[in-house]
Design a protein around this ligand. Structure first.
Ligand code: MG
Length: 458
């Protein structure tokens, strides 16, 4: 197939992003919408959602124009988290969805994520087809009597809230206080409500929709969450949760206000479901900390590694489930977690509720639960090089006596340590991770690798 030789021009792993008014313009959004609508066909219905960025309304209007112009009908759900739109696409059996968001990027950015009918983000081959339709202007504008219709349905977000609340025992949050920092993003209308419905006392910060992001930037960093930490401490909350700009990820602080690493978060969230389904499977990229695998083992759960990227995790989960394999949970070390009983995409609201489930079930402070986890030391470095592929080849030979997983870069297991050597998909970089429960062993592995690859670096 000729398409296989083409590469993506605009889209990355999670949609296309650009600076508002520079490369992310209504004209660009219109082209994407006309092309996507043409691919799925006139007469089909597509959902639209957006985050709170200032350019959201204009880009959303352009997407609505493009889809209806090629004969698709549109339901506009308004300001919603990406996983809410994904849920609504499935719930309403829509042909697809278009989410206007730049996720965690700074305020001047915006972007578009395309959602397929199965609720997952569009994969590589279909994205290339979409781009080619746009570049070659192969979209087909409808005649006057075939133009699509458009309607608004902002109330539908309640269905998403219901779907999450229904995953947990009634009133599981009774007597528990939590703090939420939606970062002036779309989860302001969902995550606090999810907690209230589960019986919690809820305190919020940055909880108004505001595309100027006066409280903090859309990426939830430790510095950005200082106010959330203070709120947790002053209210005696069990934990605080913050979301990125489209709330597909959730980042936590414990009851002391201490920022939690995403790998530790994932391990704890996984434990909630692994303990309910012993012998299950965790799905995660090769870049994830071994802490997740170690926590899974306590419940006899195995870990299935994938290529780096949430859509590859989601699709692997689907494949395994179609083979009747007992997949319990999937996710990444960046706060993005996927719950197969709910839907096949990262869901920050569901992660928030699951952390409540962890605290309510274990009846211990979060910091104690973190202390009980096995301790791993991970080193992560990146270096500029245009010879990343040569590095991978060289290191594969160097570690030829060790077990190697080469699905995305190379993941080497040596003694109690593992290492990942992985070329960047978008920049002239190589990333090197090493990890072990023995910090000296992790450092030694890093030194060995750096010693070998230094001649290839710039
Ligand atoms: Mg995101």
């Amino acid at each position: 197939m000729a398409l296989e030789k083409l590469e993506k021009k605009y889209f990355g792993t999670n949609g296309v992003r650009g600076v508002t008014g520079v490369d992310m313009t209504p004209v660009f959004a219109l082209g994407i919408a006309e092309s996507f609508g043409t691919m799925i066909g006139a007469g089909k219905t597509v959902g639209i959602g957006r985050d709170t960025r200032t350019s959201g309304p204009s880009l959303s209007a352009a997407v609505r124009a493009g889809l209806t112009a090629v004969g698709c009908n549109v339901i506009d759900f308004g300001v919603v988290p990406t996983p809410c739109l994904q849920y609504l696409v499935l719930y309403h059996k829509l042909a697809g969805g278009v989410m206007i968001t730049a996720s965690h990027n700074p305020p001047e950015y915006n972007g578009i994520k395309i959602i397929e009918a199965d609720g997952t983000e569009m994969g590589d081959e279909r994205t290339i087809e979409l781009e080619q339709t746009m570049i070659n202007k192969k979209y087909v504008v409808a005649d006057w009597d075939k133009v699509g219709t458009a309607s608004d349905n902002p109330e539908s977000r309640k269905l998403y809230i219901d779907a999450i609340v229904n995953q947990f025992p009634k009133e599981i949050g009774k007597g528990i206080t939590v703090c939420v920092d939606p970062g002036n993003g779309p989860a302001a209308a969902t995550t606090p409500e999810i907690f209230r419905r589960l019986g919690c006392t809820v305190h919020t910060i940055n909880s108004e929709f505001n595309g100027h992001f006066p409280g903090r930037l859309p990426e939830p960093t430790a510095e950005g969450l200082a106010n959330l930490s203070a709120l947790v401490q002053s209210t005696g909350a069990a934990f605080g949760v913050a979301h990125d700009g489209d709330a597909d990820r959730a980042i936590f602080v414990d009851e002391k206000g201490t920022f939690m690493d995403g790998n530790i978060t994932f391990a704890l969230l996984a434990s909630y479901f692994c303990e309910q389904k012993k012998g299950g499977i965790i799905v995660t990229p090769v870049s994830t900390s071994g802490i997740v695998e170690a926590v899974g083992k306590k419940s006899d759960c195995s870990t299935n590694y994938t290529v780096v990227g949430s859509i590859y995790v989601a699709r692997t989960m689907r494949e395994l489930i179609s083979e009747d394999k007992p997949v319990v949970i999937g996710g990444e070390g960046n706060g993005g977690v996927i719950y197969p009983k709910h839907q096949f995409c990262r869901d920050g609201g569901m992660s928030a509720a699951t952390m409540l489930g962890v605290v309510a079930t274990k009846k211990k402070p979060l910091s104690e639960l973190i202390d009980e986890l096995p301790k791993f030391t991970m080193y992560q470095v990146k270096h500029k090089t245009s010879r990343a592929k040569e590095i991978v080849k060289h290191m594969k030979e160097f570690f030829k006596d060790c077990p190697i997983d080469d699905r995305d870069g190379i993941r080497i297991t040596k003694g109690g340590a593992w290492a990942l050597i992985r070329p960047s998909g978008t920049e002239p970089l190589v990333r090197v991770y090493t990890e072990s429960q023995n910090s000296a062993e992790a450092k030694e592995m890093l030194d060995t690798i750096m010693n070998e690859i230094t001649p290839f670096l710039e």
